[in-house]
Design a binder for this molecule. Sequence first.
Ligand code: MIC
Ligand code: SF4
Length: 640
Amino acid sequence: MGANLTQKIIKEHMVSGSMEAGKPISIRIAQTLTQDATGTMAYLQFEALGIPMVKTELSVSYVDHNMLQTDFMNADDHQFLQTLASKFGIYFSRPGNGICHQVHLERFGVPGKTLLGSDSHTPTSGGIGMIAIGAGGLDVALAMGGEPFNLNMPKVVNVKLAGRLQPFVSAKDIILELLRKLTVKGGVGKIFEYTGEGIKTLSVPERATITNMGAELGATTSLFPSDEVTKAYLKAQGRENIWKALGPDPDASYDEVIEINLNELEPLIAKPHMPDQVVKVRDVAGTPVQQVAIGSCTNSSYKDIMTVAAMLKGKSVHPSVSLGFSPGSRQVLNMIAQAGAMTDLIASGARLLESACGPCIGMGFAPPTGAVTIRTFNRNFEGRSGTKDAKVYLASPEVAAACAITGKITDPRDLGLKPITIAMPEKFLIDDSMIIAPSKEPEKVEILRGPNIKPLPTKNAMPDVLTGKVLIKVGDNITTDHIMPAGAKVLPLRSNVPAISEYVFERVDNTFPKRAKEWGGGVIIGGTNYGQGSSREHAALAPMYLGVKAVITKNFARIHLANLVNFGILPLTFVNEGDYDLFEQGDEIELNVKGLDGKTLMLRNKTKGKEVPVTTPLSPRDIEVVRAGGSLAHVKSRAK
Ligand code: MIC
Ligand code: SF4
């Protein structure tokens, strides 16, 4: 049997382990990326490692999330990131240069290499054949310090695409179709590798839309081969020299196969409040729409914005709709301006938003109370838009433009428009002046630290017996947006853990922080897929600061599980899922964790006078890390 592309790339970067699904492996990381919302903390952690210079082939620090500067906080963080990058050998992409994933694809990604990013949508670069994985900031800090990245070898799923997308059906519909089939849990522990005749019809940005939103399946990553399409894209980016042909062997084997015929797909839409609530656009057509937002790392490429502009040309945005668009990068912004598409958009009444994450993370352009907002983004979790009761739908740029024109949910095929074809440019506009190379005299660089940047909290080693109360009990599919909300108000506090911890579980139960402090910490009880979504380590770090010692669930999402380990919180799972019902908020629990390694332990509910078996999904190495009080403590203790 031949090898698939995932196996080939992993093999080349393997440090230890064997490529058996579910078994721990360590891989060498060639490139890292960070963004400002996770980066400030990641670099504080990097500094704590005491390493003078990054050890990766390339590390880039982007500013794209915390872009509203309503006071000094975000602006100070930007300066901190810029000076720190300069000192430690890191490229710095200035605010205004674009969304990290879009810019990385355009300017830095290299087929066949590994990329670790402190953002869950890092798999975007899988669009050019990288193994690109999202992780917590601390894992990225460790990778910058030359440590390998540890994970369990995922299963490899082959998604075979046949046929060709029909007019007004888009790459977004391919990934929405997968979400419809597999749900937000369907990709946990898996890598999705795309093959088949259909991939030849998809440009790199279209492929990147698919790999980007593979994150919503819970997948470790997704990737396409590096072929002639990749070559043409890299050539147009002036980077043909780094291209090489990469793909699976003809007789490659896979753990699972899914087939999709592109001819049969039609425009789809994810209803509130989960990316897997996917239906046909025609099933919800006619629903009145108040806002449309085009952009985010999923759908903000040159092709995406040009398509929207072509659909809106000569028309007006419906009077009841506010339409905003944020080009994914300065390159896209410059190019749509040159092509005249920006003029068409502005003439139609669209609002130009900054080239950044913006409304995707609730950084401005929040919808009105109870509004329906159609977004080309990847997440529609409750409250993420900044408006708790807004109803966020996720769809393609084509569907979004159609809704903006009619003021209601509309299948673009029903507008009677001529099919739109946007050719990929033979040459993109290349201007890297917003990317700053690291200093040649790092010893002379002074790191600027604003007053909002507070020192890192630390944790002591884990005691043998864990005791405490159940601080909260939550249901299935709890996202990191539930645990640690983002948005314009909370995001500036990412470098100030004491302050941000006041918002833990804010949208679920805003009395949580007070209770956690009064009760001297305790444990969290959760359902399935606990911690899905973003890579934000603050969803572990802030609970750790509030004294959370263990999280006991039916099962966990990958990145959050790793973040809990990194901050010394013990993740446990019920052996019998039904035992979840035996716990309530306020129950006193006790667990002797001495014999943790791979064994079943008895968790005592002292209040109910019951004992139930629990276990931990952790590897022996991870258990060692939790025992030490988290990754930093562990690395430091090893260095002694
Ligand atoms: C997101 O989409 O939720 C974010 C903001 O990009 C996060 C990172 C963060 O929480 O800072 C992600 O996806 O990892
Ligand atoms: Fe930014 Fe949204 Fe992409 Fe996260 S998902 S990186 S917030 S655009």
